[in-house]
Design a protein around this ligand. Structure first.
Ligand SMILES: [Zn+2]
Ligand SMILES: [Zn+2]
Length: 98
């Protein structure tokens, strides 16, 4: 039992197939089973297509990761400074005594 491919409506497919071979090949070429036509551009640079499941392209994701790492580092430094309140106390009391 043959029926027409629901996607291109040109080629015939067997009853247990959802699309013709042409459409199947087209689909696997695009690597995106969900959105066929829609390519989401990176919300950061707007120049590269965003990675699936992300708003950003590969470059911007890397950059974002780098920034996150820097922030973690900065937090660590801040924590280290807070760990060492003695120095501040000394300099402050020295100012007051003057
Ligand atoms: Zn087709
Ligand atoms: Zn980008």
């Amino acid at each position: 039992m043959l029926k027409k491919c629901p996607i291109c409506e040109l080629n015939y497919i067997r009853g247990n197939e959802t699309m013709c071979r042409v459409c199947a090949a087209e689909r696997s070429k695009r690597h995106s089973p969900k959105s066929e036509e829609e390519i989401i551009m990176c919300s950061e640079c707007g120049e590269n297509p965003a990675l699936p499941g992300h708003d950003l392209c590969e470059d911007c994701l890397k950059e974002q990761k780098r920034q996150a790492n820097l922030e973690v580092l900065a937090d660590k430094i801040r924590a280290d400074e807070a760990d060492d309140p003695l120095e501040e106390d000394i300099s402050e009391s020295a100012d007051e005594e003057e």
